[in-house]
Ligand binder design. Structure first.
Ligand code: NAP
Length: 344
């Protein structure tokens, strides 16, 4: 396995990769460069050093890009090779190279498959032509079996008509706190203090991450176009401030959010940030859903995905649980890697 990206998820993956015959961590790359040993690298020790602030290059690595790492890995690998992408970068071209070279690709990084539809289909085509696997369970709902459930439904002859869900733990937490009576700005600050948000909470509140997940799901359903952008919960006037000023000014939104929550509550509803994927496209925005529905009953940062199919209708098939976190995401990567091994 060549691991691209050695942050929270990459390090958890390196620690978690189980010892199996023929399976070893042969390469690790971060932005400083890469280290490669076809005989196997000490994942745990490397992860510890990286967590203490040492770059991969400082851990016996050489300078080079992710593309250089893939080329070197290919040359050094006899038999099946798997590239795991745990970066947050536009790695599409590098992954395309890997697939063409006959390597399997496993993703936590959404960007290569949530860019243009053309790029997504090109990656799929390369995988098909080379007989390689392109797996991306970890991109939607971390460790939750979302893609796997989709595939099993389709393989069993069911037709998935719609997938919808709450796929941003941060926005879910904030909206749930507001429902419970907390001010919107205080809920965002609390989410940041608990480490649920990116350093700048606007990256979560803009909805783009959840929208990307919806786009990936809609592409599985056969959508070929470009969907409308997500509804952002960041007021336009606060988009260009520093993160600190943004948080200071956010209080001006509290009254409006309180009013919205109260009006919804009078109708037995709660606000959720819902991603909806269909063959016709993907949307991401606010919806007032019945308090008693699976989406309405969600708590905290949990995620939920509901599949409406020919067989599961009108009651959808629901997958729910913690949908973020480095360990859970890494476990989905491990599961995809083992899946590649079992089909090689
Ligand atoms: N954390 C979660 O809960 C979660 C859940 C689902 C999916 N994901 C996805 O998983 C990915 C990783 O998340 P994370 O939390 O681990 O992020 P992170 O801590 O920021 O780590 C990103 C890593 O990628 C490396 N990197 C960036 N560009 C690179 C490039 N061009 N070539 C090689 N390495 C590169 C960085 O290198 P440096 O160390 O040198 O900066 C860093 O080691 C992201 O795409 C994220 O969206 C995360």
């Amino acid at each position: 396995v060549l691991l691209l990206g050695f942050g929270q998820v990459g390090r958890a993956f390196a620690r978690m990769l189980p010892p199996r015959p023929g399976l070893r961590l042969a390469g690790v790359a971060d932005r400083s460069g890469f280290v490669l040993d076809p005989g196997g690298l000490p994942g745990e020790a490397l992860a510890r050093a990286k967590a203490r602030g040492r770059s991969v290059r400082e851990c016996g690595g050489a300078p080079g890009s992710a593309g250089d790492a893939v080329a070197a890995f290919r040359r050094a690998t006899r038999g099946r090779g798997i590239v795991v992408d745990a970066t947050a970068d536009e790695t599409g071209p590098v992954l395309g190279q890997a697939l063409v070279a006959g390597l399997d690709v496993v993703l936590a990084n959404k960007k290569p498959i949530a860019g243009s539809g053309q790029d997504f289909r090109a990656l799929q085509r390369r995988a098909r032509e080379a007989g390689s696997r392109l797996c991306f369970e970890a991109t939607v709902g971390a460790g939750l079996p979302v893609i796997d459930t989709f595939r099993r439904l389709v393989e069993s002859g069911d037709r998935v008509r719609r997938v919808e869900g709450s796929l941003s733990g941060t926005i879910g937490f904030v909206l749930d706190e507001v429902r419970g009576g907390r001010a919107f700005s205080a809920a965002v600050r609390e989410a940041k203090a608990r480490g649920y948000t990116e350093p700048d909470p606007r990256e979560d509140l803009c909805g783009r991450d959840a929208w990307r997940k919806g786009l990936i799901l809609s592409r599985l359903l056969g959508f070929r176009g470009e969907p409308p952008p997500p509804l952002s919960l960041v007021p336009p006037g606060l988009a260009r401030l520093t993160a600190e000023r943004f948080l200071e000014r956010l209080g001006a939104q509290d009254a409006a959010w309180r009013g919205r929550a109260e009006r919804a509550a009078r109708r037995g509803r709660v606000w959720r940030y819902v991603v909806r994927a269909e063959r016709g496209g993907a949307t991401a925005g606010l919806r007032a859903v019945p308090r008693e529905s699976p989406l309405g009953a969600l708590v905290g940062t949990n995620s939920l995905v509901a599949f409406t199919t020919d067989r599961y209708s009108p009651e959808p098939l629901v997958v729910s649980g913690p949908g973020a976190g480095a360990e859970l995401t890494a476990s989905a990567l491990v599961s995809d890697v083992l899946d590649c091994l079992s089909t090689s």
